[in-house]
Write a new protein. Structure first.
Length: 752
């Protein structure tokens, strides 16, 4: 490695704090289309230990130690060859909470199941799929064991709200499904796996008793996801603290152990120009949580988000009231509640018709615990539901009015008790349940292009399929979102289901040259991935960033669907396929998109204009954007001299003052002229937003809608901010109008 001292200007620019004594670097092996590459990150400065002087790295030699290991696991996992939905009659039902569900044989017959005694139930529960290719994905629908009686069946339904144990904080926390309020299950009497699907009985342990369990961990929460503060990201909040600065929430815990720990988890937000705080009181204890101030600058953090845990042992009675008070520091200060969650200890006494219980205290290597469930007569039955797919009836002993059972508790085991005749009832009627047609996405082994369309746009997507098959001579597969969800997310909408489907096809072809290359999403998306309303545009789900409070760091990206190698996911990894979206919300827009693509391929669209390129550069920023555009034009001239280039650099035009600000009318006209006469590409670098390009409004929505260029449709490429943001259903952006203009605009955009 070679080093040099910093120049005077460099020394002024660099932050001299925390400069290491050696050059630091990180490396990571990454894959793109199954081909490995080495990613190297270097911090190119070091501090001389003796004199404290900072040096910069000027050159280095990289030596890679290659090893003869297999570079890529060709098939990362095995997939079933056919979906269970491929044959027979299937009926889709749904539930909205966890518990034991009852369906009578008469109800099964009314669904069309002729042999209810042979019915089988399939479904993978209500948890969201992982955003990462971490090997946790469940392949196709899995069968769940059910309890068959003379004229009805019982099954354990796993609802959309999950509870996860936080080892670090020693408490349970809820995880709401961001995509669905329901869990779906599939019933059929035509499928025979050859496996007994009746719930089995688990016998008591014969090991010596080590623990007596007569109380259990219980938990409850309040969380309403009604508002996304910046209309971006995954975080949704509920109650607003403004004119009303105080809210109270009451929780009932029968047989609450007096004096036992009660832990409150709070997730609160504050937006205030001065520091502010919340007062939290419950069970006779008062706590406080302080929040830093935020700047009201758009490019800065919108609000401070803070999670706290508080514990008190002053619990009495069976009701706990939580009171939250926002102590505003200014009139403009605002607060929001994300959630409050309570973890308590209850006596193991049967209450209500169904009661779930578990005990962290029972866990331990080699532990054998005896559970005593009081107030439980002979009618009470206990199931173990640790494995939601295979619940088991627990063998119990009756002692007076108590159920007693002994089991090994090396790990956490979860149970549910019910009184034998009170059950939950699934939802059997509705637009999203009922008889479904056979499907078999798992039979697909290879395709060049995958089109995933909302059912509303299947006829238009079919035309796109034909265009690519005929024009490009490639294999194209068209499926609906419902088909994808049925096989890859147990019938519920989930953004990872689409990715997992594409990954299955990707994994099945070991040769990177022959595996899937393109994914087209036919339908608009929304930052609100759950709400079903005529206003929302969540036709094809969108991947939202975890960051939901910083306007310049929160994002939506379809690149997520192309992260297909093992270990990739979220926003981490290299994109393996080309991904596009046709962001339409109705049949007219869908037809417009198809017709514009047809026009672009029509012989009338061929001409000299396809040798023209237009580069537009914003002003300001010390000529940065002009230099960027100029570098691009040099690359084109060197490598593609056949093209003629038209440069529209704002600094080369006269700027005029108007009542609404500075404007470049000649730039607007020059852009309009390029649209009218035709240009293959319009490339823009600079500032922009949802309403147009540049502070001087060189392209506006009104301007876009007046473009008439049906057979001279350019390709737009923009390096700017939110010009084509598609996921805000309350606004159609300028970039979307460029694509949706039925009389012209652009055939496609590579944009932001």
């Amino acid at each position: 490695m070679q080093f040099a001292a910093l120049s005077e200007n460099e020394s002024k620019l660099i932050n001299k704090n925390n400069i290491p004594n050696v050059v630091e670097f990180e490396h990571k092996l990454m894959y793109q289309r199954k081909i490995p590459s080495l990613s190297l990150s270097i911090f190119p400065y070091k501090r001389n230990i003796e004199n404290g002087q900072i040096y910069k790295l000027t050159s280095f030699t990289l030596v890679i130690d290659k090893k003869n290991n297999s570079s890529y696991k060709k098939l990362s996992k095995a997939y079933v060859s056919n979906s269970v939905l491929s044959t027979g009659s299937w009926f889709k039902i749904k539930i909205n909470e966890s518990g034991i569900y009852h369906i009578s044989f008469d109800e099964l017959k009314s669904l069309g199941i002729s042999s209810p005694e042979n019915v089988r139930c399939f479904g993978n529960g209500g948890a969201m799929l992982s955003y990462y290719n971490d090997g946790t994905q469940i392949d196709d629908l899995q069968e769940i064991d059910i309890l068959k009686k003379d004229n009805y069946i019982l099954f354990y339904g796993d609802g959309p709200t999950q509870w996860e144990y936080d080892d670090a904080n020693e408490l349970f926390i809820q995880k709401l499904n961001l995509y669905s309020d329901y869990t779906y299950y599939f019933l059929s009497s035509d499928y025979n796996s050859g496996v007994d699907n009746n719930i089995k009985t688990i016998l008591q342990s014969g090991n010596p008793l080590t623990k007596n369990i007569s109380n259990f961990d219980d938990f409850a929460y309040h969380e309403i996801n009604s508002l996304n503060l910046i209309r971006s990201g995954r975080l949704w909040v509920g109650e607003l603290f403004d004119f009303q600065t105080e809210y109270s929430f009451n929780f009932n815990f029968p047989n609450l152990l007096s004096g036992s720990p009660a832990t409150l988890s709070s997730s609160l937000l504050a937006r205030s120009p001065l520091s502010s705080s919340y007062s939290i009181s419950y069970a006779g204890a008062v706590f406080s949580s302080s929040f830093q101030a935020v700047s009201y600058d758009y490019e800065k953090l919108y609000a401070v988000h803070k999670k706290d845990n508080f514990t008190t042992t002053s619990t009495t009675g069976e009701n706990i009231n939580i009171q939250l008070t926002y102590n505003k520091s200014t009139a403009s200060s605002l607060g929001w509640l994300d959630y409050v969650t309570l973890n308590v200890q209850r006596g193991l006494t049967f209450t209500k018709n169904q009661m779930q219980f578990q005990s962290i205290n029972s866990i331990g290597i080699g532990e054998t615990s005896e559970f005593t469930l009081s107030n439980a007569d002979a009618n009470v039955i206990v199931w173990e539901i640790t494995d939601r797919q295979k619940p088991k009836i627990v063998q119990t002993n009756q002692n007076s009015n108590s159920k007693i059972f002994k089991l090994n508790t090396d790990t956490l085991r979860t149970f549910i008790a019910y009184n034998g005749n009170e059950f939950l009832v699934p939802i059997l009627e509705g637009d999203d349940v009922g008889l479904i047609p056979n499907q078999d996405l798992h039979s697909i082994t290879q395709t060049d292009m995958l089109i995933v369309s909302h059912p509303n746009f299947l006829s238009q997507a079919e035309q796109i399929k034909s265009i690519h098959e005929n024009e490009d001579n490639i294999k194209v597969t068209l499926v609906s979102t419902e088909q994808v969800y049925n096989e890859f997310s147990s019938g519920a909408p989930d953004v990872s289901a689409i990715r997992n489907f594409a990954k299955m096809i990707y994994d099945r072809t070991a040769n990177p040259d022959k595996t899937i290359k393109y994914l087209l999403l036919f339908g608009n998306g929304s930052y609100d991935n759950k709400t079903k309303s005529s206003e929302n545009t969540n036709f094809i789900l969108s991947y939202q960033s975890e960051n939901s409070l910083h306007p310049t760091q929160s994002f939506v990206t379809d690149d997520f669907f192309g992260l297909l190698d093992d270990g990739e996911g979220g926003s981490s990894g290299l994109v393996d396929i080309g991904i596009g979206r046709i962001p339409v919300v109705n049949e007219f827009e869908a037809n417009t998109a198809v017709e514009k693509i047809k026009m672009y391929l029509n012989i009338q669209s061929f001409g000299d204009w396809r040798n023209q390129l237009c580069f537009i550069a914003d002003d300001e920023d010390n000529g940065l954007h002009m230099n960027q555009a100029d570098e691009l034009t040099k690359i084109v001239k060197t490598n593609y001299p056949v093209f003629n280039i038209d440069k529209i650099y704002l600094d080369a035009y006269k700027q005029e003052s108007s009542s609404v600000g500075q404007r470049y009318p000649d730039v607007n006209q020059a852009i309009n002229d390029n649209i009218t006469k035709g240009t293959l590409l319009i490339n823009y670098t600079g500032h922009g937003g949802e309403n147009g390009l540049a502070e001087e409004r060189i392209i506006t929505i009104d301007q876009i809608n007046k473009w008439v260029n049906p057979y001279k449709l350019p390709f737009f490429m923009t390096a700017t901010c939110e010009f084509s943001r598609y996921d805000d259903y309350e606004r159609t952006t300028a970039g979307e109008y460029v694509f949706l203009n039925p009389n012209g605009g652009a055939v496609a955009l590579f944009t932001t």
